[in-house]
Design a binder for this molecule. Sequence first.
Ligand code: ATP
Length: 273
Amino acid sequence: MGSVHIDDLAGIDRMTETEIPDDHPRRESLRTRHRIEEGVEKGITSKQGLVAQGRGEAFDYLLGEETTESAERAERAAVARILLADHAVVSVNGNVAALCPEDAAALAEATGADLEVNIFHRTRERLEAIADHLREHGADDADVALRGLKADARIPELSSERAKVDEEGIYSADVVLVPLEDGDRAEALAAMGKDEIVIDLNPLSRSAQNATVPVIDNVVRAFPRMAEFADSLRGAPTTELREIVEGFDAEEVLDDAERRIRGGLDDGDEDTR
Ligand code: ATP
């Protein structure tokens, strides 16, 4: 993180993603904003997605805008859990589709998980725009099952549009990866007995608190890192994957992130600064 004069930011705001200088101190953050903005313009991301992004950015700033050692441990455990699953599904909303479609597709392909589009502000056009966008960014139908358009089942005890899921997708999955989840759906999925992997920059959110594996990191860093772990762990013996999952401590990860946020960079894990 570095300080930037407000005039610089005003100028940057008018630039396209490719025009942001490589050495700009807030390059990644600005690139992310551009992607979300484009997502809204393309009808992929809802306007509320901008608010969620702003909330996430604030936590990311406090966490040091980097993947902490404990987040990386969670990412590895999450991948091991997905590889052990009978049927894993990666849930994709408008923010994830705009921010990291290639990495979501790569993770699904490397782990054999399905991708399921699931959005709060649900319209047929948005669902299809997201599915098309994922296909354009590497979610090839031959390699990845793209779900969410049938919506032939419902998550019990949830009244929002996000209750609509595919029978062959999230409804019947034993492990669901839910990035940027709203707390209500995270609770309802946990109540269905699913193993839930949550990626959320807020360790205090109900989603993170309900997760079997909470990954307190930005999706733009977490997805590619998890895809790398998937490549390296794919051939590992089941016993090794089980050891990774059983050795993982969700409380420790949540506590570490909260300590880091409350105490600044002087607290939290020692080895990432
Ligand atoms: P809860 O009820 O669990 O507190 P919520 O339904 O109020 O959650 P939203 O306001 O929809 O949650 O916010 C979405 C969540 O996603 C926030 O906790 C925010 O920190 C997180 N978030 C936003 N952008 C990112 C990102 N790029 N990477 C990871 N997490 C993010």
